[in-house]
Design a protein around this ligand. Structure first.
Ligand SMILES: Nc1ncnc2c1ncn2[C@@H]1O[C@H](COP(=O)(O)OP(=O)(O)O)[C@@H](O)[C@H]1O
Ligand SMILES: [Mg+2]
Length: 268
């Protein structure tokens, strides 16, 4: 699919983490995630998972590869708050209009503004040499969870933004405190129960349908709260995910990390 002039493009203002560039299309109908030419892992993953019935409950809906021609000046926001500052810095470092290949994904934020978004990287260990230390020195090695980004917005105001560098420095207790802050809602108990139930269903989905995934390294659980009737959890980021069609046993590490998250949510 190639999107030309008719599609309106803008940088995706709800991105809170990562090194990829996200372009919002048609005012947020979709997001397009930049895809490296030399690494097809994420595309391969989505092309595999999209055939599994019900995957959209736990993953962003995948709509194929798009070639984005830069059709106008992609608009950049003025620097007003810390998240926008982070995003503008990412764009100035990473946006390359010559990289035209993007994965077309469902926009999990549905274009809402007042959101709570938490990106939690799952897993205790990593193979990539340059990442080993950051797992060992952070909450990852202890509880299989690390905050890669967190944002709370209320009444169109940014109340809190934390980036991945902060997430690497905090203790387990601070991570638990951050989860408490994330869930400090009027209907807190209802949403906490929903979170536990949704994680339970996700674990079932993985054990029943994802035996071919031999490694989920780098994958995050994205938690998005819009209101009491709209809270979701989705797995994102499959640039290092490995699928082996021969594999017959599900990956234990991701289940352990999800159990750990459930245990923490139960005690907050
Ligand atoms: N489908 C999506 N809808 C909305 N936001 C998304 C979606 N996928 C990712 N994001 C946002 O982009 C950030 C980075 O995404 P990710 O896939 O982890 O990129 P990277 O591979 O660069 O780490 C997430 O923390 C989240 O804020
Ligand atoms: Mg990521």
């Amino acid at each position: 699919m190639s999107f030309q002039q008719q599609l309106q493009q803008a940088f995706f203002e709800q991105q809170i983490s990562g090194h990829s560039i996200f372009i919002k299309l048609n005012d947020g109908e979709f997001v397009a995630k930049s895809s490296q030419i030399e690494n097809n892992n994420e595309q391969n993953f989505y092309e595999w998972i999209q055939h599994i019935e019900g995957y959209e409950e736990f993953f962003s809906q995948y709509n194929g590869v798009v070639i984005l021609e830069k059709n106008q000046e992609v608009s950049i926001q003025e620097t007003i708050n810390s998240q926008q500052k982070w995003l503008n810095s990412l764009i100035s470092k990473r946006y390359n209009p010559n990289n035209k290949k993007y994965l077309l994904l469902e926009n999990l934020t549905q274009n809402s503004q007042n959101l709570r978004i938490l990106d939690l990287k799952l897993g205790y260990t990593v193979e990539k040499q340059s990442h080993i230390q950051r797992y060992q020195d952070s909450t990852s090695s202890k509880i299989g969870l690390r905050i890669c980004g967190m944002k709370i917005q209320e009444n169109n105001e940014l109340v809190m933004f934390k980036d991945k560098h902060w997430g690497r420095t905090i203790s387990v207790l601070e991570l638990i405190e951050s989860l408490k802050t994330f869930f400090s809602l009027k209907n807190r108990n209802k949403i906490l129960k929903e979170a536990i139930d949704k994680i339970e269903s996700l674990k079932l989905f993985i054990t029943n349908n994802c035996k071919q995934v031999i490694s989920w390294q780098g994958t995050s659980l994205l938690l998005i709260y819009r209101n009491d009737n709209d809270f979701k959890i989705k797995l994102i980021d499959f640039s290092n995910t490995k699928v082996n069609p021969e594999s017959t046993e599900f990956n234990v590490e991701i289940i352990k990390a999800l159990n750990s998250l459930q245990d923490i949510i139960k005690q907050i």
